[in-house]
Ligand binder design. Structure first.
Ligand SMILES: CC(C)(COP(=O)(O)OP(=O)(O)OC[C@H]1O[C@@H](n2cnc3c(N)ncnc32)[C@H](O)[C@@H]1OP(=O)(O)O)[C@@H](O)C(=O)NCCC(=O)NCCS
Length: 207
C-alpha cells in the first residue's frame, strides 16, 4: 500500500480521489495544488504541497486531475519524465472488459462501461456513466463527459472533448482537437478541428 498524489485540487480532482479510494489500492490519497498553502483540503483529502517534485518521494504514484486536455497531458508527461510513476484509476463500479486497454494517466469514472476491444490512450477521462462500446479507439488526452455514448468502432482523436450526453452512430471518426457540445448527435465523421453542436452535429466555429 502506498500514497497517491493527485495533482489538481478541484471538482475533477475530488472525483479522481473518490475513484482511487474505491479501488482500495492506496492507503493514503493527498493533493498537490498551486493554491497551497492557502488551500488546505479538497473534499475530505488534504492538500500537502504546491508542486509534486518538492513534496513527493522519487517514483511516487501520481495522477493528473486537470480538466483542460492539453494542459493535463503536458503536466502528465513532465512528471513522467522526472521519474514519477503515472497510474490510471478505474472506479470500482465501472465495467471494464478484460479485453479492453486503459493506458496510464486515464480515469474511468463510476458507472462507466468499456466494451470488448476498446482502447483508451494516455490521460483520457471517461466520465460518470459514459459508455465506450466495442472496438472504439480513443487518442491521447480525450475527455468523454458524463453520459456520453459511443457506439461500436468509433474513433476519437487526440485532445478532443465530447460534452455531456453526446451520442454517436457506430464507426464514425471524430478527429483531433474537436469539441462536441452538450447533447449533440454525431452521425457522420467530424474530421476538422473545431466546435460542433446539435442533432445532427454541425460546426459552429473553427479552432
Ligand atoms: C459547445 C460549447 C463548447 C460552446 O461553448 P461556447 O463557445 O462558450 O459557446 P456559448 O455558450 O457562448 O454559446 C454559443 C451559442 O451556441 C449555443 N450553444 C452552446 N452550446 C450548445 C449546445 N450544446 N447545443 C446547442 N446550442 C448550443 C448557445 O445557446 C449560443 O447560442 P446563441 O448565440 O444563439 O445565444 C458548450 O456550450 C458545451 O456544450 N460545452 C460542453 C460542456 C460539458 O459537457 N461539460 C461537462 C464537464 S464534465
Amino acid at each position: 500500500m502506498s500514497c497517491l498524489y493527485v495533482v489538481g485540487a478541484g471538482g475533477h480532482g475530488k472525483v479522481a480521489a473518490e475513484a482511487a479510494e474505491s479501488t482500495g489500492r492506496w492507503s493514503e490519497i493527498v493533493f498537490i495544488d498551486q493554491k497551497y498553502p492557502e488551500l488546505e483540503r479538497c473534499g475530505v483529502w488534504p492538500v500537502v504541497g504546491g508542486s509534486l517534485d518538492e513534496v513527493a518521494p522519487a517514483a511516487s504514484d501520481y495522477f493528473i486531475a486537470i480538466g483542460d486536455n492539453l494542459t493535463r497531458y503536458r503536466v502528465f508527461k513532465a512528471f513522467e519524465e522526472q521519474g514519477f510513476n503515472p497510474v490510471n484509476i478505474v472506479h470500482s463500479s465501472a465495467f471494464v472488459s478484460r479485453h479492453s486497454q486503459v493506458a496510464k494517466g486515464s480515469l474511468i469514472c463510476s458507472g462507466a462501461v468499456l466494451g470488448v476491444g476498446a482502447v483508451i490512450s494516455e490521460c483520457c477521462v471517461i466520465n460518470t456513466s459514459a459508455s465506450v462500446d466495442h472496438d472504439c479507439v480513443l487518442g491521447k488526452s480525450v475527455h468523454l463527459s458524463p453520459g456520453v455514448h459511443l457506439a461500436g468502432a468509433v474513433s476519437v482523436g487526440d485532445f478532443s472533448w465530447l460534452g455531456t450526453g453526446v451520442s454517436t452512430k457506430q464507426v464514425v471518426r471524430i478527429g483531433a482537437n474537436v469539441v462536441v457540445g452538450v447533447g449533440a448527435a454525431v452521425v457522420s465523421d467530424l474530421d476538422q478541428a473545431g466546435v460542433y453542436i446539435g442533432v445532427p452535429a454541425k460546426p459552429i466555429q473553427r479552432l
